[in-house]
Design a protein around this ligand. Structure first.
Ligand code: ADP
Length: 485
């Protein structure tokens, strides 16, 4: 592997400041989804190692929470700087284990690091309130305290940033963490742990357990009464399992789950900008993000013009090995993901959908799926109700504002939504009517550290980033002082 800092390539779990192998020497392999070659064999953490990690995090919590906010902030800032100093290597690791183009991977590393910087600053602003008392002799004060040990379960589509987005606010608040990254992309998580070690976090503050037995690790984290908070990003299916498992210990939970984002183009929109936004929001990470536009709705009058420009722009995108210059779309993550996309494309075709570009994988043994546009999409197709999670854009035609709002909201999901138009009154109306946690207005790119990322309905709850992001890791306590005569 072509790294300047070979120390970043780790293959063991990181527990209490040590790299630990599986007690029974069990390993699992990490595969490059473009070449299908094995990149590394990683030690499989056992259940008892996960329990040890929780115990060490509990011990470390007693120390870490007592650090002044300024001291925690300085260590976080160091971690941030190390991530930027090593950005090229981190991006390289990310691309080979996940497939996204190197430029995009570099973007993820910088985006991920920005959460560490942001929450290093927020750590110092964990303010409480004073509240006018309800009786003459009463005084009321609130303080916010770290909740305790946090379990973080993260997905493969953002192997680095989904970790920092949870861990940075947790650490800033004074919590300690046990992270379980996706078994498909553990190397990015371990590289972050190596940099955390260099940044000087006390042992046990950050622990990373790698395992291909996600269910076992999940159960162990959820069943532990020491773990006071679980933060999960992944599918709605797994999120529901974890939420149930957290009931017995009444854990605080944050869930960032699936989406089914509408992307609406009204007929007064700037068409070229809408096309640009629709390409950006659909094909980033080969369509494998939970905020990728899933259903594109275009108003009747401009439907054909939009399709023509959009198809031309989509077909132009260079696909291939993420390490090669100019690649903008890499492989999908694994075989079953490609098969799912093949199935929903066939379903759309069988129900009258017209493939304007793409439509299939590039060769029988490859995970590369061609960027695809489907015209004449209808609500009876699987592409309407399922999260596609691949480079496939179904384009629906609509007539009225009321109709498109109803269509957009006709889903159990409520994460991201987008629309393009110019009429300012309609912009307000539509933004208010969309049942989503996030609305992009005349933009297809909404992710930023400074705004609260999160969903409603079956897309989950909790917010990541922004001034709200630390709340998920804090408890509010109020003190009622009596006898102040
Ligand atoms: P995706 O569809 O994006 O792969 P998943 O929800 O399957 O999303 O995976 C997200 C994360 O959840 C990964 O770290 C994965 O290992 C983990 N995971 C999968 N199944 C379970 C489970 N039963 N319990 C706990 N974690 C799980």
């Amino acid at each position: 592997m072509n790294l300047s800092n070979i120390n970043l390539l780790k293959t063991d779990s990181y527990i209490n400041g040590e790299w630990v192998k599986s007690p029974d020497q069990k390993t699992f392999n990490v595969i490059n989804p473009f070449t299908n070659e094995e990149i590394a064999r990683v030690s499989e953490a056992s259940k008892s190692q996960v329990e040890e990690a929780i115990k060490h995090a509990e011990d470390a919590f007693k120390i870490w929470r007592k650090f002044t906010a300024g001291k925690r902030s300085r260590i976080l800032k160091k971690w941030y700087k190390l991530q930027l100093d090593n950005a090229q290597d981190l991006a390289h690791i990310l691309t080979i284990e996940q497939g996204k183009p190197l430029n995009e991977a570099l973007g993820e590393i910088k985006y991920g690091a920005s959460f560490v910087e942001w929450f290093a600053e927020e750590a110092k602003r964990n303010y409480g309130d004073t509240i006018p008392g309800h009786a003459r002799d009463k005084r009321i004060v609130t303080i916010k305290q770290p909740i305790g040990v946090v379990g973080a379960i993260t997905p493969w589509n953002f192997p680095s940033a989904m970790i920092t987005r949870k861990v940075a606010p947790a650490l800033a608040a004074g919590c300690t963490v046990v992270i379980k990254p996706s078994e498909l992309t553990p190397l990015s998580a371990l590289a972050l742990a190596q940099l955390a070690e260099e940044a000087g976090f006390p042992p046990g503050v950050i622990n990373v357990v790698v395992s291909s037995n996600a269910a076992e690790v999940g159960e162990t984290l959820c069943a532990s009464s020491t773990v006071r908070k679980l933060s999960f990003t992944g599918s709605t299916r797994v999120g529901k399992i974890l939420l149930k498992q957290c009931a017995d210990t009444v854990k605080k939970v944050s869930l960032e789950l699936g989406g089914n984002a509408p992307f609406i183009v009204f007929d007064d929109a700037d068409l070229d900008k809408a096309v640009e936004g629709a390409v950006a929001s659909k094909y980033r990470n080969a369509g494998q993000t939970c905020i990728c536009s899933n259903r594109i709705f275009v108003q009747e009058k401009i439907y054909e013009d939009f399709l023509e420009k959009y198809t031309a722009a989509v077909a132009k995108q260079k696909t291939g090995n993420g390490l090669h210059d100019g690649t903008v779309i890499g492989p999908m993550i694994q075989e079953k993901a490609v098969q799912f996309v093949e199935d929903i494309v066939q379903d759309a075709q069988s129900k009258g959908g017209v493939i304007l570009t793409g439509g299939q994988r590039q060769s029988a043994d490859s995970l590369m799926f061609e960027p695809t546009v489907i015209a004449n999409a209808t609500t009876d197709m699987k592409v309407f109700s399922n999260e596609i999670f691949g480079p496939v854009a179904p384009v629906f035609k609509f007539e009225t504002e009321a109709e498109v709002i109803a269509l957009a909201n006709d889903t159990p999901y409520g994460l991201a939504s987008y629309f393009y138009g110019r009429d300012y009154a309609r912009i307000w109306r539509v933004a208010e009517a969309l049942e989503y946690g996030m609305v992009g207005i005349n933009t297809g790119m909404i992710s930023t550290t400074v705004a609260p990322f999160g969903g409603i309905k079956e897309s989950g709850f909790g917010r990541e980033g922004s001034k709200y992001g630390m709340d998920d890791y804090l408890e509010i306590k109020y003190m009622c002082w009596g006898g102040v005569e």
